[in-house]
Ligand binder design. Sequence first.
Ligand SMILES: [Zn+2]
Length: 320
Amino acid sequence: MAANIETRQPRKTRIGRRATALAFAIGLAAAGTANAQDKGTLDPKPLPALAKPDDPATPAKELFGRRPAPARMESRTIGFYAKGCLAGGVALPINGKTWQVMRLSRNRNWGHPNTVQFLERLSRKGAKLGWRGLLVGDMSQPRGGPMLTGHASHQVGLDADIWLTPMPDHELTPLEREDMSATMIVAKDRKDVDPTIWTPAHGALIKAAAEDPQVERIFANAAIKKALCREAGTDHAWLHKVRPYWQHDYHFHVRLKCPANSPECKPQEPVPAGDGCGKDLDWWFTDAVLHPKPSLPSKPRPSLKLADLPPACRQVLHAP
Ligand SMILES: [Zn+2]
């Protein structure tokens, strides 16, 4: 399987270290394999029961990955995007007039009610701007928490991946939702978007997402940010929320603010001032970043244990 959707940065190089530090600071570092392009299955096998689920050494992802339904509690977000969980998770319905959920076998269409409402709102706004509907990728697990594959973040029900492919004109079959691939939007040389694929509607959709007051930041490939900067005209007020990031060339990642009803939600450092265009993007297009030298993989970080998460996540895990 390919490198994780949230990281492909090499380690053991200066850039690699900077990349890794940045990835961990914003909670986008890899947690395992599986990315948006990985196909799913119509016949997902249930995970085998854990021999010692109460062993404190059990990785939290093994516990949260085995909870197929939300915790019946009032909805609230607990902890940080990359170290937390979700009480009272709500599912985004798999079909709406202006959205469809992909990779149903992953059971990751769960979030805080704010996230579900945001996606519905954005999908309607997008449709008015020429984007027929959203294809929604990973949100969170029913109880949030770390995942067995993929993202290090998406743990608190406030992150959602949106494909850079408009919704087709028909209701997708279950097989299509597992098999279909999103569209690569970045040009082969990685220095800009692919002009044969990028449309004004792509930019308008990302702008609409950034302008939503619930949205804290958006991660998208640097080439996408470059295109947004170029096409923004005089209105740059929203661009600071779009943060360049590795990969994110088939989808963009929306992160919502801590909900008002969630005092245990830990916010992220605010985005730096400025629109992040021009010179701020240069580093991303240096040869060392675009064509990193291969390096030996470093030792994987130890996975989070239940005790590493906020104490309330234990209740979320065990709640009916
Ligand atoms: Zn994501």
